[in-house]
Design a protein around this ligand. Structure first.
Ligand SMILES: [Zn+2]
Length: 287
């Protein structure tokens, strides 16, 4: 039987919105392993950035940033499981989207320092908020010894984000990175000049699960665990397309706080595992 390696990447966002769900998920993964033998590994990508405007009512009710608030919790997780923790950074300055090299450097370096301070080892993996990563991101990440970046979303066309948290109209222009030219479905070393194509960068780009047969990006072509609750069959279909296309690897992202039914995740993993034996990896292990 075919085998396929799976990287689950959890975009934790503000830790306060997932601090209840993450322990439940961990317990669920531990039980799943006992019941089915499927050893789930997760790369928990902790958010650390400016995305908490203190005058914003919704956010001010939630405490803290990923690393500061989630640090103790995640230290215990990685001590007891073979999971990974990495960084998830939205390139903003307060409210404003600002992917300038200076601002990227400021955010990545301060998150890196905070991470080192709390966990006492270096983060190795990164995923950009709104999937943003560019030539400057690569250079900054490499200077800090990062090994992987799971930001690419093949074929995804640059677009304006109009709502923050699905609720607040953005007062500033926020665009996602332009991955329209990226056709890669396997991890690759990008070109410094154009990260959408292969090149000589040391960092390993890990593309997310866009259906390998898709010619353009659409939500229906993108597999994330968030989607299980409203399109379970669509998710299975994309997984099968990867296996049928003889791909040996798939990176599946999710938001922990979007998982409201762990049984759906269990059913999904069981169906996938029957179709092609799955085994898990973390992003860091790929490099
Ligand atoms: Zn995010």
């Amino acid at each position: 039987m075919n085998k396929i390696k799976v990287a689950l990447t959890a975009h934790t966002e503000n830790f306060s919105i997932c601090k209840e769900v993450v322990p439940k998920l961990i317990k669920f993964f531990d039980n799943l392993e006992k019941e089915t033998g499927i050893e789930v590994r997760v790369s928990w990508m902790l958010e650390q950035d400016d995305m908490r405007p203190y005058n914003c009512e919704i956010r001010s009710k939630q405490d803290g940033r990923g690393i500061e608030q989630g640090g103790k919790f995640f230290r215990e997780i990685i001590a007891s499981r073979k999971d990974e923790i990495g960084l998830h950074i939205h390139f903003t300055r307060g409210w404003r989207f600002d992917p300038s090299p200076e601002n990227q450097e400021r955010l990545i370096k301060s998150a890196y320092e905070k991470f080192l301070d709390v966990f006492e080892f270096e983060p190795k993996s990164f995923v950009g908020g709104w999937w943003y990563s560019d030539s400057n991101t690569i250079k900054i990440l490499e200077s800090l010894n990062f090994k992987t970046d799971a930001s690419p979303v093949p074929l995804y066309k640059e677009r304006r984000i109009k709502w923050l948290f699905g609720k607040i109209p953005t007062p500033f222009k926020i665009t996602t990175c332009n991955w329209e030219e990226c056709k890669e479905r396997k991890p690759y070393h990008p070109s410094y000049r154009n990260p959408c194509i292969k090149g000589n960068a040391k960092i390993l780009y890990v593309p997310n699960s866009v259906n390998p047969t898709a010619k353009s990006f659409s939500a229906e072509n993108f597999l994330s665990l968030d989607r299980l609750k409203y399109d379970f069959e669509g998710c299975i279909k994309i997984f099968k397309e990867f296996v049928d296309g003889n791909f040996k690897f798939i990176c599946i992202p999710f938001h922990p706080h979007s998982i409201n039914d762990v049984n759906l995740v269990k059913k999904f993993l069981e169906i996938c595992n029957n179709y092609s034996k799955i085994y898990f990896t973390t992003l860091g292990e790929l490099a």
